[in-house]
Ligand binder design. Structure first.
Ligand code: 5GP
Ligand code: ZN
Length: 113
């Protein structure tokens, strides 16, 4: 498996972990675009949002429950934050393992570029 994020999950590539359980792994983005910028991924390799279906969507729901807990631990649930999924070329996806960015601790602009 040549996937960068699968290698982060296995520990073959080091990362700064912020949370892990049986299903998901969350770590700090190597090139943070906000004071808090983390990535959360399912341990199961799913390439992108295009691959989500009734059979694997529970992991997506679980990811959002974990995000809810993390933002409360970080105390950014009141100031706010942004969850981003980039899909495909036009979406700006550069790693083909589905992932959600969690960004906060600054006021984010809208719309994105
Ligand atoms: P995408 O552009 O695919 O939505 O997001 C990929 C993200 O992964 C980028 O924000 C990028 O900085 C981050 N990233 C890429 N390679 C690594 C790495 O080796 N370690 C960590 N921690 N983040 C990475
Ligand atoms: Zn992968």
């Amino acid at each position: 498996n040549d996937c960068l994020f699968c290698k982060i999950i296995s520990g073959d590539i080091p990362s700064s972990k912020i949370f892990e359980n049986e299903f998901v792994y969350a770590f700090k983005d190597i090139d943070p675009q906000a004071p808090f910028h983390a990535i959360i991924i399912p341990k199961e390799h799913i390439s992108s949002m295009n691959e989500i279906n009734e059979g694997n969507s529970e992991i997506i729901a679980h990811i959002f429950v974990v995000i809810n807990k993390l933002v409360k631990e970080l105390n950014i649930h009141e100031t706010g934050y942004r969850i981003i999924n980039n899909c495909g070329k036009d979406g700006g996806q550069t790693v083909n393992h589905i992932h959600f960015h969690i960004m906060g601790q600054r006021e984010l602009k809208w719309p994105p570029g």
